[in-house]
Structures are given as structure tokens and as C-alpha cells.
Ligand binder design. Structure first.
Ligand code: ARG
Length: 263
């Protein structure tokens, strides 16, 4: 599997756009670099092929490449970031996809509706679990012609701490996923359960971003301090790798947010 990542050279908490972020909480830069490198190494050891985009000074959240776009049906759908604090990342990501000869499904989004890429839209087989409510709008999916022929499962988020779908839901394959049900509205919980088998994560582990996992076939890479879900996944036959993500949790991100699947 091919992944896009961005080195945390310029990473830090310079603004607050989700409830996890507190400017007064200092991130340990050295430790963030070590944690990112450990994640990179773990993913490589599990068979990922990793492309890197050059980090840009002044865009501290660019490290969270999950929001750079969505790779779906062999095309990239560019994001439309909700917050101006992240909107300036778009030209760098778009240029990278263009230079790497990816087919781009949408032009620079001039629509009013927002979409934060693979942070909010997760494929499982030929279904796309389409998160909305905080950063992405349901109308973006409805208005983007590219999605017309796809089977979209709309998932409405209701807890600001779980503001992207990848903070509270993670497909492990086309039949099975882990999730933190309370992050979704009742109606969405029912719809999701009709479409995939779901293993619930307990609140304390959900808050350590247990669902923010990278899945590489049978390998699952998730943050530290999630023993219960780790043991459940092992019982299901997966190989679990845990990485310390303390410095990225301060920005509201972890393993999966730091990667974007691009094949
Ligand atoms: N600080 C970033 C933001 O609020 C974190 C993004 C995390 N990305 C994700 N895919 N969940 O935008």
C-alpha cells in the first residue's frame, strides 16, 4: 500500500480549531519527530511504501496528510478545508498530486460546502463511509458528481471531540470495522451497523484515538494505551502495533491522520 506522509519539521499548536488543541500546551518538538519517525518505520516494516511531501513553514497541521484529499476509485478528490488556518495547505497538496500524475476528480473546490479528505471519508470495499457534521458537509458529497455512482453511507458526527470520522471509526476490511458509537447520531449508528460489522471501542480508548488506526492487510497500527481493543483485534487474528502519539494527540490527531492512502 502506498501512503503519503509529511515530516513534522514545522508541526506545533499555533491555533485552536478542535477541542483537543490548546495553544498554551507546549508540544515537545524532538519527541514529536521521534514519534513520527517511529510511526514511519513501523509502517515501512509492515510493508507500506511511503511518499513524502515537503513540509512548509507556517502550515503546522500539514503533517496530517489524511486531510490532503481522498483517494477513491483511482482518483484524488481534493479537500476544501473548513478553517482558514488550514486552507493554505491545499495548493501544496494539489501541486504534489499533479506532479505525481494523479487523476484529480474535482477542480479547486469553489463550493460553499467543505470536505476534509480521508479524515472524513473512509472506503470499505466499494462502500464509502461519508462522515459529516463538523469539518465536512453532507452537501459536498451530494453535490460532487464524482460520488454519484458510489454507494455512500452517510455518517453524522455529533461529538466535537470526534470531529473527523477517522477519530471514531476505522474499517479493517470490507466486512469489519472498529468504532466509538457515541460519536455518531442514533440514526447514523443504525445505518452504519446495517452496512458493516462493528467492534465497539470503550470511551477511555476512543479518547486515546484507538480508532485512528492504519490498516495494512493483517497489520493494525494504533496509538498506545488502547489495551482492550488491541487484545480484541489480536483475538480476531490481526497483528497489532502500538505507537506513542502523545505529541500529535495534542493537535487532535494520531497514527491514521498522519497518513493518506494513495493507492
Ligand atoms: N489539528 C488538525 C485539525 O484540527 C488535526 C487533523 C487530524 N486529522 C484527521 N484526519 N483526523 O485539522
Amino acid at each position: 500500500m502506498r501512503l503519503l506522509m509529511c515530516h513534522p519539521d514545522y508541526y506545533g499548536i499555533e491555533y485552536e480549531i478542535n477541542p483537543w488543541m490548546h495553544k498554551e500546551e507546549i508540544t515537545n518538538h524532538e519527541l514529536a519527530i521521534q514519534q513520527w519517525q517511529k510511526l514511519y518505520q513501523t509502517l515501512t516494516n509492515c510493508g507500506a511504501q511511503i511518499d513524502l511531501i515537503k513540509p512548509i513553514r507556517g502550515w503546522p497541521d500539514m503533517v496530517f496528510t489524511a486531510n490532503a484529499g481522498l483517494y477513491f476509485q483511482n482518483k484524488i478528490i481534493l479537500p476544501h478545508f473548513k478553517h482558514k488556518e488550514r486552507q493554505g495547505e491545499l495548493p501544496y497538496f494539489r501541486d504534489w498530486f499533479t506532479q505525481e500524475k494523479f487523476a484529480i476528480a474535482n477542480s479547486i473546490p469553489e463550493k460553499k460546502s467543505f470536505f476534509e479528505g480521508a479524515g472524513d471519508a473512509l472506503p470499505a470495499g466499494n462502500k464509502l463511509f461519508a462522515g459529516y457534521g463538523f469539518r465536512s458537509d453532507r452537501s459536498f458529497y451530494e453535490e460532487t458528481d464524482f460520488f454519484e455512482s458510489s454507494q455512500l453511507i452517510y455518517c453524522e458526527l455529533q461529538d466535537p471531540y470526534f470531529y473527523h470520522i477517522d477519530t471514531c471509526f476505522c474499517p479493517l476490511n470490507e466486512r469489519l470495522a472498529i468504532w466509538y458509537p457515541q460519536a455518531f447520531t442514533q440514526e447514523s449508528q443504525i445505518r452504519m451497523a446495517e452496512n458493516i460489522e462493528l467492534i465497539p471501542v470503550i470511551e477511555s480508548e476512543a479518547k486515546h484515538f484507538a480508532c485512528n488506526a492504519v490498516v495494512l492487510d493483517q497489520h493494525i497500527i494504533l496509538p498506545n494505551d488502547c489495551p482492550q481493543i488491541a487484545s480484541l483485534l489480536k483475538k480476531r487474528g490481526f497483528t497489532v502495533h502500538q505507537c506513542d502519539m502523545s505529541e500529535f494527540l495534542k493537535a487532535g490527531g494520531a497514527c491514521k491522520c498522519l497518513t493518506l492512502r494513495i493507492d
